[in-house]
Each structure stands twice: as C-alpha cells, then as structure tokens.
Design a protein around this ligand. Structure first.
Ligand code: CP
Length: 319
C-alpha cells in the first residue's frame, strides 16, 4: 500500500520540534510505522530516494544518530557522503559555511548536520538549497531523537495523550530533553523534569513541564522514565558534589523504578553512563526499551527523509 506523502513537509527542512505542528508529528510517526517492516524483509531496501544524495555532516561525536541516518538513507537507496570534522579540511581552518558551499557544489538533496553550536543547522538552511535535517545542535534541539522516543512510546501505549513522562538527569545541557518537552507537550503528554537545581534550565516553567528536585515524587504513576547522562563536555565546572553522590540521589535503581507504574518503560537516548545515572540491572532489565529506541530510530529517519522528499517513487517502493 502506498504511504501518504503530505505536501506539508515536502521540500522543507527539519530544524526542530518547536517548528512542527501536531499533525506533522503524527504524519511522521504514522510513516515510520509503515516503514518499520522494511527492516524485517530479506532485502532491506526500497528505491524511494534512488538518484538522490545525502550529506551527513557530523561536526560532533555520534554513534547512534550517525549510523542510524546512514542505514536509513541506504535502505531508501540514496547515495550517501559521510563528513567528519576530524578528517576534513575543517582541521585546516575552513568554516562551516565554506564547507557547506563546497558540498553544495556537489548538488546534494539533503544535508544532515550535527554541530556543537546552537542554531548552526538553522543558519546552514538559510545558505543552501538542500533540505537540512538537524541531528543535534548544541544544547538546543535533537528533533529526530524526540520523534523516535515518541514513536517508541506510542508503539507501547497506543497514544501519547495522557502519558506521564519523567525525564531525569542533566536537563540543563540536554537538547534531547528540550525536544521531548516540545513534542510531548504538543501531543498532550505530561512531562516531569528531574534534576538537582544546578542541572535544571532557568526556563523550565516556560517549557510547560513540571520541575522536581528529587526522583522519587516524580516517579509516582509514571508511564515512562527517561534517563539522561551528565554532559560533562558542555560544562566548565562540575555542578554537583561527586558522581557517587549523584548516583545515590538521582540514579534509576530497581528500588526507584518500582515506584513508577508496573509497566513503565525505561528509556535512554544514549550514550549511557552505567553506575552514574542508571543501574545496569535497570538498563538491561525487562522494562528497558533502550535498544528498541535504536531500532525505531532507523524507521523514524527513513520517515523524515521520505516525507521531506515528498514520498518520491513511493508507488514503486511500497506497492
Ligand atoms: N542519542 C544520540 O544522539 O546518540 P549519539 O550521540 O551516539 O548519536
């Protein structure tokens, strides 16, 4: 059955959840649901993006997002170019925009960008004609992560509306937390942020989430518990006494998890720091969907590319 390709997203950029309507989020989740079965086929490839080129421009470390985009692009038959800052002419002083202009001279259709600076994808999108997809910019947004998180929750609970979602850890430096707060708020879920005061953002109330300074009260009736690592790379100094103390007060242990709903999901965007924000027994336990998030990430990234491309060649791909 052909997958619906909506005009709403065709030819556009995907820069953040803040810019998406609830209907567009729903469309991407529905598209991912249909594309998920491609991973179960003996030949995991459809011709949807044949003849199209995607540049993966990663100026910051990544394992899951980078490989997940590459797998998604290859499953849709796109040609992929992988750019990593450490092996490029960025090391010789070339700027992002000179890099982008040179890459545009090779006529890509999409640029997937991860960058340590907030707003870099938005600036790039103003300079280039390719569709730009934000794969994480500084502490601002990580829209494809929030979409795959929502997709994972919806697959377990049927809908997002009414879910109680706890997001705990270094919220202040987390683009994952911000994108999830925007997305879950738009879709009618309740979001609870948990962190020591030094790791909560100043604008927490304006994000429409409930702040908590301890994990235990936030866990009451929680459907989802999403743990985040402490992003030491974005902090000039450590904002809490010690890792040991952080584990004692904020880590998700089996005892703390038992305070949430019986069927609560344990989520983590990765990379995990076992023994800091999460106990291994929980990370590897029955309620953990951490690896499912990674599998779902491929379907979500395929859905994004599919819809931004306007569902080209969908009749061949999915009939
Ligand atoms: N979740 C996530 O963004 O992981 P990576 O940094 O490994 O891409």
């Amino acid at each position: 059955m052909p997958i619906e390709a909506a005009e709403a997203l065709a030819g556009k950029d995907l820069l953040g959840i803040a810019h998406l309507e609830a209907g567009e989020i729903q469309l991407l989740l529905d598209t991912a649901e249909q594309l998920l079965e491609i991973a179960r086929r003996p030949i995991k490839k459809v011709p949807t993006l044949r003849g199209m080129t995607v540049v993966n421009l990663f100026m910051e470390a990544s394992t899951r997002t980078r490989f997940s985009f590459e797998v998604a692009e290859k499953r849709l038959s796109a040609d992929t170019l992988n750019f990593s800052a450490s092996t490029s002419s960025v090391t010789k002083g070339e700027t992002l925009f000179d890099t982008a202009r040179n890459l545009m001279a090779m006529a890509p259709d999409f640029i997937v960008i991860r960058h340590p600076r907030t707003g870099a994808p938005h600036r790039l999108a103003r300079e280039v004609s390719a569709s730009v997809i934000n794969a994480g910019d500084g502490s601002n947004e990580h829209p494809t992560q929030a979409l795959l998180d929502a997709f994972t929750m919806r697959r377990h609970f049927g809908e997002l509306k009414g879910l109680k979602v706890v997001i705990a850890g270094d919220i202040r430096h987390s683009r994952v937390a911000r994108s999830n707060a925007f997305l879950l708020g738009k879709m009618g879920a309740e979001v609870r942020f948990v962190a020591p005061p030094s790791l909560l953002p100043v604008e927490v109330e304006s994000l429409g989430v409930k702040p908590y300074y301890r994990l235990e009260p936030a866990l009451e009736e929680a459907d989802v518990v999403m743990m985040l690592r402490i992003q030491l790379e974005r902090q000039k100094k450590i904002n809490f006494p010690s890792m040991r103390e952080y584990f004692d007060f904020f880590a998700l242990t089996p005892e703390r998890l038992s305070m949430a709903r019986e069927n609560a999901l344990v989520m983590h965007p990765g990379p995990m720091n076992r023994g800091v924000e999460i106990d291994s027994e929980v990370a590897d336990g029955d309620q953990s969907v951490i690896l499912e998030q990674v599998t779902n990430g491929v379907a979500i990234r395929m859905a994004i590319l599919y819809q931004l491309a306007g569902g080209r060649r969908d009749a061949h791909a999915h009939s």
